[in-house]
Design a protein. Structure first.
Length: 418
């Protein structure tokens, strides 16, 4: 953790040193966490789920930590910085722990990290319990007395698949619990505060709540509407076409953008495509980047078609090693189909990878929450638009827009204003 002792870049932002010793410890911990990634900032990466290439990691992470982090993304207190670390833990659960939310936790005492944890899968311990167990086995249970827990979601206070986390936090003898988001489950919302207070534990809520919300919004959407969070992803030319002229091959974008799609797929529980795209492209829709599949299943692959008998039976979706992760669904009522994916498969988040007609149907039904467009520096012409929407009642506005260059391509990402 103290790799920062040999850090070759000296911090220049005095605001970082208001809490100099513990903050430095946190930076070193963050550095260890973010070393495999480059990012616009460490906090930004934690919130947005944007892993990028390792070779750029060092200078960018340094700039992030010593430049932007304190000023732009604002966790200027130690609470904020430790919560940033908990958020990085939470991100590890994306695409893995549905129908449960991705949650991370860290345990801290006297400015030192005791342990961290994340929720790995439904039925396995919640993040805070994983961190408690790791700290106890590493330092002994007595070390937890008087410690502070940083958790990205209010700890649960009822019996589910596992016992209430509030009980475990009290039993461990913690002095303080800091959490980011209040749980919107009415059975839990706000209850943890009173339970912990009654046991003599100080509680602070709302630290980095906006950042945690970004990770938790699919969970909250399913809880409040029964529908999963839907991300529309497409690769298009500058003239809005999604196929190249005949004979030019299938890919519009380059390797960096396609590697980024792998990272995006790894954050979702299901990938949605159309019968026509399967007939034309025979996509595999799998995680193929080494490491992404470790300890998890492929996302569900859902083919929406009213003509299943015309699908190619030898397509990878029906023949590869993960064919049991392929589902066929009718397209007559997309809302009901998505609701069933949430209730039957426990899906929280869905990535759409399809052509313009199917995409249009999803937009027209108001089902899309987020847009990720890979824009290739090409003009392709041709008959297949990215969005063949004839009946949008009004133009859709994107908020929280980010633009990232990936090789020669651009990625635009934003959330639909509703
Ligand atoms: N560049 C990219 O990112 C990208 C990604 C994917 C696909 N593509 C390209 O997109 C092309 C296909 O685009 P496309 O516009 O012709 O087809 P599409 O939008 O991919 O699919 C249309 C099909 O979706 C199915 N569907 C199910 N429910 C529907 C509903 N409610 N409304 C509309 N369709 C529904 C129907 O399949 P059934 O006929 O089976 O019932 C329909 O024929 C392919 O050439 C592929 O290469 C590009």
């Amino acid at each position: 953790m103290l790799s920062g002792a040999s850090w070759p870049i000296r911090p220049t932002d005095a605001s970082l040193f208001r809490h100099s010793v513990p903050s430095w410890t946190i930076f070193c911990t963050l550095w260890a966490q973010f070393r495999p990634f480059s990012a616009k900032s460490a906090t930004h990466a934690a919130c947005k789920g944007e892993r990028t290439r390792p070779e750029a990691a060092f200078p960018l992470a340094a700039a992030a930590i010593f430049g932007n982090l304190a000023r732009v993304h604002a966790p200027a207190t130690d609470d904020g910085l430790w919560m940033t670390l908990a958020l990085a833990e939470a991100r590890k659960g994306l695409g893995r722990c549905a129908p449960n939310p991705p949650v991370g936790a860290v345990l801290v005492k006297d400015g030192q990290l005791l342990a961290s944890g994340w929720h790995r899968a439904a039925g396995l311990p919640h993040a805070e319990c994983e961190a408690l167990a790791a700290a106890a086995s590493r330092h002994g249970a007595a070390a937890l007395r008087g410690a502070t827990a940083y958790i990205t979601l209010e700890p649960c206070s009822t019996y589910g698949r596992t016992p209430p986390c509030t009980t475990a936090l009290i039993a461990a003898g913690l002095a303080r619990v800091v959490y980011a988001c209040v749980d919107r489950n009415p059975q839990h919302a706000g209850r943890a505060d009173a339970i912990l207070h009654d046991a003599g534990i100080a509680v602070t809520a709302g630290v980095c709540a906006d950042a945690a919300e970004l990770l938790l919004r699919p969970f909250f959407k399913v809880r409040t509407t029964g529908l999963p969070w839907l991300i529309w992803k497409t690769a298009m030319s500058l003239d809005g076409r999604i196929t190249r002229p005949p004979g030019e091959g299938q890919w519009l974008t380059g390797e960096a953008a396609r590697a980024d799609v792998q990272q995006l797929r790894a954050t979702v529980d299901a990938i949605l495509t159309s019968g026509e795209t399967v007939r034309r492209d025979r996509p595999a829709l799998t995680l193929r980047t080494p490491g992404l599949l470790e300890g998890r299943s492929q996302p569900w692959r859902v083919v929406v078609t009213d003509h299943p008998s015309t699908l190619p039976p030898d397509a990878p979706l029906f023949t590869d090693a993960w064919r049991e992760r392929t589902l066929l669904r009718a397209g007559t009522d997309l809302t009901t189909m998505l609701r069933a994916l949430a209730s039957e498969q426990g899906v929280l988040s869905v990535l759409v990878e399809a052509g313009g007609r199917f995409s249009a149907a999803l937009f027209e039904a108001g089902l899309v929450d987020e847009v990720v467009i890979y824009l290739a520096p090409l003009l392709c012409g041709g008959p297949v638009p990215a969005l063949a929407a004839a009946n949008l009642p009004a133009s859709l506005q994107l908020a929280d827009l980010s633009v990232t260059q990936l090789g020669a391509d651009l990625r635009l990402r934003g959330v639909i204003v509703k």
